[in-house]
Write a protein that binds this ligand. Sequence first.
Ligand code: FAD
Ligand code: UDP
Length: 374
Amino acid sequence: MTERLMMVGAGLSGAVLARQLAEAGHAITVVDARSHVAGNCHTARDPQTGVMVHVYGPHIFHTDDDRVWDYVQRFARFRSYKNQVKTTVAGQVYSLPVNLHTINQFFGRAMRPEEARAFVAARTADIPDPQTFEEQALAFVGPDLYAAFFKGYTEKQWGTSPANLPASILKRLPLRFTYDDNYFFHRHQGIPENGYTAMVAAILDHPGISVRLETVFDPSEAADWNHVFWSGPLDGFFNYRLGRLGYRTLDFETFRATGDWQGCAVMNHPGADVPFTRISEHKHFAPWESHAESVLYREYPRACGPDDIPYYPIRLAQEKSLLADYVALAKEAPNVTFVGRLGTYRYLDMDVTIREALDLAAAFLAARSTGTPA
Ligand code: FAD
Ligand code: UDP
């Protein structure tokens, strides 16, 4: 008998999982509440300027995972892209992540790498096992660089003091004693030439997959399916019955300009003088294209309400305890697997999302072939 398999969400998690199951001979239905595939990675051409816009915020693909890198090459032509982020602090433009140029410019010096390393080390706090973002920053770059580049940005981004946030958030960023200003340290980095939505549509393009957009899946219908893969919010599946897991959402204020407005893709604004965190100029995410006009986003983070799009899981102590309760409920849901950024309530990059979907599909197929419940 053919199994009835449901994939809730047509983002990267949903597309990769569905593809793997379809290639193994299953038929699977994919639904998404939105009018497009690709979830938060969605890209679309701006009708006024023709620029490819990263609709839910800038997305750069970066990974050390060769299998994931090979996987995405099957569905899109990637153009090489180096993420070089700038930041404006007190009327000056600096280079990120904090590197030798940033340090020399900030302190008005011309230090060589080892001098700068010793100079920064003399200013950092001796905190053996930093637990919070603030402790991590003080141990990593010291108070001056922390105050200039991280404190204000993080307060705006997360709506709380960095003293309340986990150290792991800052550990995403490198500190370099060279002039290398590549924001990421992964071996592979790029952006699909025709955008992420075309790539996800290609992943979903398989005779075993049927996609239904603008379709909200109601969790009470889970029992109608042999198995449901859920990439929606974990607490949403349980109708928020224990309370809501906290998220930050983003408001994007769009504006357009002629020519090149800021000269780079992403300019951060950590200062308290402006309420936004960064400005993205989308045409710079596709430097292989040429556009006379420009479209930009100012990005304003705020607390996520019930009708907003959840972007960043907050994961403070109170959320962690609620999360544990929801994870316990999830384990009891017999024919449901929770996947992805929202389904597992984690800050997942695209490459990890794809790797986890590949691994989950393999585990599901292995369990089906041996008759054990997944
Ligand atoms: P999503 O993309 O959120 O997809 C889930 C889908 O499920 C959504 O389309 C939603 O509509 C649908 N859905 C939910 N509930 C239901 C329901 N009940 N019925 C029907 N449909 C439903 N990663 C990188 O690697 N590099 C970056 O530069 C990067 N930048 C980012 C910038 C921002 C601002 C954010 C927020 C994230 C960024 N990421 C980046 C992470 C990236 O967006 C995620 O890794 C990826 O989108 C996760 O895919 P997903 O399928 O798990 O979730
Ligand atoms: N961050 C900061 N200043 C910056 C950029 C980042 O303080 O100029 C902090 C902020 O708390 C952010 C974290 O570092 O949430 C991780 O940064 P990243 O650029 O990885 O954030 P994302 O791309 O996920 O928004």
